[in-house]
Ligand binder design. Sequence first.
Ligand code: PBG
Length: 327
Amino acid sequence: MMKFPEFRNRRLRSSAALRALVAENYLSPNDFIVPLFVVEGQHIKEEIPSMPNYYRFSLDLLELEVKRLWDKGLKAVLLFVKVPDDRKDNRGTEALNPDGLMQRSIQMIKAAVPEMVVMTDVALDPYSSFGHDGIVEMNRIVNDPTVEVLAQMALSHAQAGADIVAPSDMMDGRVRGIRQVLEQNQFHDTAILSYTAKYASAFYGPFRDALDSAPGFGDKKTYQMDPANQREALLEAQTDIEEGADILMVKPGAAYLDILSLLHQNTQLPLAVYQVSGTYAMLQAAVEKGWLDYNSVMIEQLLAFKRAGAQLIATYHAENAADLLNQ
Ligand code: PBG
């Protein structure tokens, strides 16, 4: 046993250089995935009201944005599109449109910055007239017919050039459905980043404002996980791994570090975490009031994800964090 005074914890904390030498984790722009919101139109850069300093872009401005991000060392984007109401229906038909906004976004980014890793959201909610992640029948979200659409949606993203498809819907069997269709169509190298443990969380509120995708009735508790549960995340991980996922994600991040840590100890695939919109909004609000220091709290939260076991962090702070780390 290490005993005082032979052993003193404070010795290795006594200078910044010593602290840096013994640090167990550090952040770099390589860690981040930048979520991007895309809208139809031209010259549009509109702030999302509940996400100060975060914007929806039309494709022309998104191109500049993506080049800027790449120049800062950011290597991955995660795309979400805002679909006009008149193109929404129950089956998410627009999601499969080869000329849809998502497909055009992927093509544009791959042309503008070919090395950028393009990840796409695979779920029906932005396309659904009900704002649900699946097809609705008699007020229920039906699983298996939804998986068929999701698999076609993922294929359509792969055909447009996506490197990684990211199913965020929480239907059972969707990773298998997507993997089968990708393999059948020779997309052997398209990776699947699965939202493995995605909880039915109230922290997604601002995101639903961003995409106008709030559920029209009910909530998402029949498909997203119960925040009361921890061990169930292992079951979700096991099925995703068996079905062919390449990366597992935990979401939300901040209140769910135990889940991240559990998966880190019990699985082998790379782990991602999504620091969601509600956490972003909370920090921005506190900073606006002068109650918290933006840079320090941001970095502390991001480091916590690394400590808990994440290799990839999807975060709305990505650009600010990269700026700080590049200094
Ligand atoms: C929808 C989706 C959501 C988020 C990512 N994909 C919202 C939801 O499940 O209702 C949330 C992201 C965030 O809050 O930042 N498939």
